[in-house]
Each structure stands twice: as structure tokens, then as C-alpha cells.
Design a protein around this ligand. Sequence first.
Ligand code: DHB
Length: 314
Amino acid sequence: MIKESFSIRGVEFKNRVLVASGTFGYGDEVKDLVDVSKLGGICTKSLSWKPRDGNPPRRIVETPSGMLNSIGLANIGVHNFIDEKLPYLRQVDTKVIVNIAASSLQEYCDVLRLLEEQEGIDGYEINVSCPNVKEGGLNFGTDCSMTRRISEQLRALTEKPLIIKLTPNVTHISEFARAVEEAGADAVSVINTVIGMAVDIHKKKPKLSTVTGGLSGPAIKPIALAKVYEVAQAVKIPILGIGGIMTAEDAIEFLLVGATAVQVGTANFINPGTGVDVAEGLRRFAEQHQLADVAQLVGAMESNVEFSILQSWL
Ligand code: DHB
């Protein structure tokens, strides 16, 4: 038997493949299509205090190997989540990580405090990096001292795993990872979407209502790998690698550059069972390579450190 599980702050995830926030709803939409008990965990769509309609259309554009979105944190709000979604999530046999987004420090704290009173939540992922809202979002996620403050304040409110989701839209993501590690965060999710845009040449207008949006999918995988690699040099806390993972081979690349686990995102829009397939493929790869523990892949890339330009930033 190969060991597939890993732990964050004492919470054991049965394998190293989670589904990424915003790509799997609240887990219930796909319950007849996907055996969620085969996932390491589910990260919910971001929750704010009040329900949000999000941005006006058009909110999604397909680009080569990618998806550009400007959803604007549309969500049902934390109260409806507790009433309508949490009862289902309580009985699923996988870990439930609730993603929180907010437009003020106070709102992050209010949402987390209310969730702390509920049963059935295994941890929190904090979205400090939505590219599509004016308040909060990237204003927070690109400000290292604000990212640190949010992490410190939320740390004081919970003993559950606290995971901060970092944006790649900064010069040195490793500075942010260090700040949240010092603030007491248990893990980082790397990366959130990359700012991008697309233009309708006939209308001479941007395709998205908000002009720019967040790019995800295979188009960003090389960027994500480099960011995970950079962060892995800088911190000791686990990294959840995200960015364009479609296959087990993609996931293995992330583990080799230093991710402890991965999240599958955009691929869920093509096949919501991708996470389960990736988890199975990862186990098969470990079997074929006669590994006792999938952990043996984490950070196992043999790199030419002397040639790495990254080193000079760290
Ligand atoms: C949203 C979009 C993103 O790409 C992201 O990373 C987080 C949030 C959104 O608009 O809801």
C-alpha cells in the first residue's frame, strides 16, 4: 500500500489532489457525476458576508489553452452557505476547505468567526487575490503588509488549517509567502489567476465587461510551476500547487518542484471528474516507481541550482 495522504495542521487529507475554488461550486452540483470521496479535498467558491451577483456579462472568454474570467466573486453569501450547502458538505467523505473573500479586514474576520461556530469545516483558504473586484482583491493580495495583517488576524481566530491563496501578479511571490508563514499561516496556495485580457477586433472592444480578467488553464502552467518553485525555496510550510493541471503528469511536475499537494481548477469545466482521475494517475505513477509514499516526489526535482536565476531574488 502506497501512502497517499498528507496533513496540514493535524488535518489529514486522503490524497494530494484537491479541487480548486470557483471550479467546483459548493461540491453539491456534481454529486451525481463525481465520487467526491476520491478527492483529497474540496475548496469551495469564495464566500463573502453578503451574497454577491458578481460582475455584468460577459464574464468568461476562452483563449488559447486558457480561460479568462471576471466573475467578480459572485456567491451565495456565508449565511446561505451555512443553511443550504454545509448540510451536504458535512456528510461528504472528503475534507472541506471553505474559501473566504472579502472587501475589508473586518469582513474576513466576520465570515471566519461565523464559520468557526459551524460543524463540518476542515479548514480555510483565504482569497486575497481576486483580480476582478475593486475593493479588496488584488489591492490586498499585491500589498505584502496587508496580506500579512489579514493572515495574522485570521490566525488569531482559528485553530483550523489556514491557507492563504497567493497571486502571481506581483514581482516576488516568495516575499508574500514568507510574510504569511511568519504570520502563522499553515500553507499557501500558489497560484491564483494571472491578469489577462482579450479584445473583440470587430467591435473594437474588450471581450470582458471589466476589460481585464483572470487567466487560468494550461496556458499558465509554466508560470505556476516557476512560482511554486520560487516559493518552495523560500518557506517551510506546505504549498498547494495550482495552475493548468489537466493530468497526473501535470500534478507530478508540481510535486517535483516543491508542491506538497495540488488543486485541479479549470479542467473541472471540461470534466468535473478530472481531480479523481489525477489522484488515480498519481497513485499509479507512485506504484510504477515503487514509491512507499507519494511524499517522495515532493521537491524531488534535481535542479541546476547554480544556473537558477531565481536564487538571486531569495
Ligand atoms: C474570481 C476570479 C478569479 O480568477 C479568481 O482567481 C478569484 C476570484 C472572481 O472573479 O470571482
